[in-house]
Design a protein around this ligand. Structure first.
Ligand code: NDP
Length: 327
């Protein structure tokens, strides 16, 4: 038996509890992992609260991320004792996830724990941080440099936003952090934000094109916020869009794209190819200050994860949640 969070029932009528789970229930996979740390991402909170149809089959152990040690392996790349990290691949959605003491997955989904990070730090980064780095890489791929001009980061006090601000600032970019929590301005400045912008400035319907302001943007909000971000891009500006915290819609026009040559890059972390993941984690090892990472962490005991999921969706959590599972 092992301890884990289990979502049971059916869509629209689910029950979530921390319980003892029989090991025979573990899904198929060629690597079994003793999980030491997990985390709570926005998507995990949606799964646990049932607010979006994240869970594709029941019962489900949530948790799209975990860090731990291989306990047994039939996969050529991993042996018992190897420290590993998992992000995404549908884990915690259609394959049992990381909010449990044990996980069984395909070895193709695992990457070695980067040497620069402890398992706890890897989970402080988690899918949110690895996605923030994919977004930074998308800007770089489209030739956005610190000399190009100001970079906008939305949802800046959240997980993706906090890590994006810290990485961009370390790389020498001037960052404007957009937040609905102006009282967190000192926190955002401590991560390296040069300027703070009130989220309200981007939340109301605006013009198709506004003053050319941003050379690049990382957007976790979607909805009207993303439309306004696109409208305010400089000529040939680049937007990396990864989230929907403000909504799934995109009430924009083609004006930013056909009149200013703006590029909108979609960023998906879940099915990103392994090579890109390894590159993102390598870059995180080089370009994320671990002292700043430590300042972003709220540790939530296993017993309080279900409650913390609602708090996260209510915007009451700053930075990243880490869940110590078993040490
Ligand atoms: P968090 O909950 O940690 O942060 C989200 C932040 O968004 C909040 O802290 C808040 O920041 C801001 N926010 C909340 N509501 C609104 C709103 N109505 N309008 C604008 N901003 C809002 O979540 P994550 O950082 O982990 O994830 C952010 C988004 O990115 C989510 O939608 C998530 O699903 C998505 N995501 C996508 C991935 C992918 O692969 N594409 C991977 C990881 C995340 P503040 O108070 O500072 O404004």
């Amino acid at each position: 038996m092992f301890k884990g969070i289990l979502i049971e029932g059916t869509r629209g009528d689910q029950q979530v509890s921390l319980q003892s789970i029989d090991e025979s229930g573990l899904p198929e996979g060629d690597v079994t992992v003793d999980v030491s740390f997990s985390t709570l991402n926005y998507k995990d909170a949606l799964a646990i609260t049932g607010k979006s149809p994240i869970v594709k089959q029941y019962p489900m152990v949530p948790g799209i991320d975990f860090a731990g040690t291989v306990s047994s392996s039939d996969h050529a790349d991993f042996q018992a004792g190897d420290p590993v990290v998992l992000n995404g691949w549908g884990v915690g959605e259609k394959h049992w996830g990381g909010l449990a003491e044990k996980a069984r997955v395909s070895g193709d989904w695992l990457i070695p724990l980067p040497e620069a990070f402890s398992p706890k730090q890897a989970m402080a980064i988690g899918t949110a941080g690895y996605t923030a780095m994919l977004c930074v890489m998308a800007l770089e791929k489209h030739d956005v440099t610190p000399e190009s001009g100001e970079i906008l980061v939305t949802g800046a006090t959240g997980g993706v936003g906090s890590i994006a601000v810290a990485v961009l600032a370390k790389l020498g970019y001037s960052v404007t952090a957009v937040t609905g929590r102006p009282e967190e301005a000192d926190y955002l400045k401590s991560l390296g934000a040069a300027n703070i912008l009130d989220r309200a400035e981007l939340s109301a319907p605006g013009k198709p094109l506004t003053r050319e302001t941003w050379a690049g943007a990382i957007d976790v909000a979607g909805g009207q916020v993303l439309a306004n971000v696109c409208a305010g891009m400089k000529y040939r500006g680049v937007v990396a869009a990864c989230g929907l915290a403000a909504g799934m819609d995109f009430p924009s026009t083609v004006a930013p794209f056909i009149l200013r040559g703006v590029t909108l890059c979609g960023v998906d972390s879940v099915m990103a190819p392994k090579q890109e993941r390894l590159e993102a984690w390598k870059r995180l090892s080089e370009d994320l200050d671990t002292a700043l990472l430590d300042s972003m962490i709220t540790e939530v005991p296993f017993d309080n994860v279900i409650e913390a999921a609602s708090q996260l969706l209510d915007g009451q959590v700053r930075g990243r949640i880490v869940v110590p599972v078993a040490q």
